[in-house]
Design a binder for this molecule. Structure first.
Ligand code: HEC
Length: 142
């Protein structure tokens, strides 16, 4: 239930910012990725070319939009996100933006399990639509 409310809030926020601009700003998202995500996540394309050199704490985020959760082959995810992937969670605009703002809270709602936990300890307070636009633009998923 709470997830529905969170999704509605994201939608309202998006509608609000759509007055100023159509959708997330990919250039601002690229900047934010460098500041907030790169320490834990790299972006390496399917040919192995590095787009953003980053840390290995989290999985490679190339092509994450449109992909099933927890599906990077050589990355060892925690149990809760694996379960969410098995239940059919796919990263689209709504799920991605809700997740990056509160990974553990999102998984608890999605799995309806108060004991669920995310291995991602970071919460992005602002700019999720921009980061979404940036990551989606890398693979033309917009
Ligand atoms: C402190 C390290 C850290 C930071 C900073 C961080 N992440 Fe993560 N992220 C992780 C870890 C670890 C996981 C794997 C979570 C698990 O196994 O439960 C993850 C998982 C994810 C996933 C799920 C990927 C998949 O394959 O299903 C997404 C999407 C994601 N992060 C996006 C982001 C974005 C966008 C940012 C920046 C706004 C960010 N993360 C910042 C550590 C981090």
């Amino acid at each position: 239930m709470k997830f529905k409310i969170a999704t509605a809030l994201v939608a309202v926020t998006l509608a609000g910012s759509a007055v100023a601009q159509e959708a997330g700003d990919a250039a601002a998202g690229e900047d934010l990725f460098g500041k907030r995500c790169r320490s834990c996540h790299m972006i390496v394309d399917d040919s192995g070319a590095t787009i953003v050199k980053g840390g290995r704490t989290g999985p490679n985020l190339y092509g994450v939009i449109g992909r099933e959760a927890a599906s990077v082959k050589d990355y060892r995810y925690k149990k809760s996100i694996e379960e969410a992937g098995e239940k059919g969670l796919v990263w689209d605009e709504a799920s991605f933006e809700a997740y990056v703002q509160d990974p553990t809270g999102f998984l608890r709602e999605y799995l309806d399990d108060k004991g669920a936990r995310s291995g991602m300890t970071f919460k992005l307070r602002e700019g999720a639509p921009d980061v979404y636009a940036y990551l989606a633009s890398l693979t033309g998923e917009m």
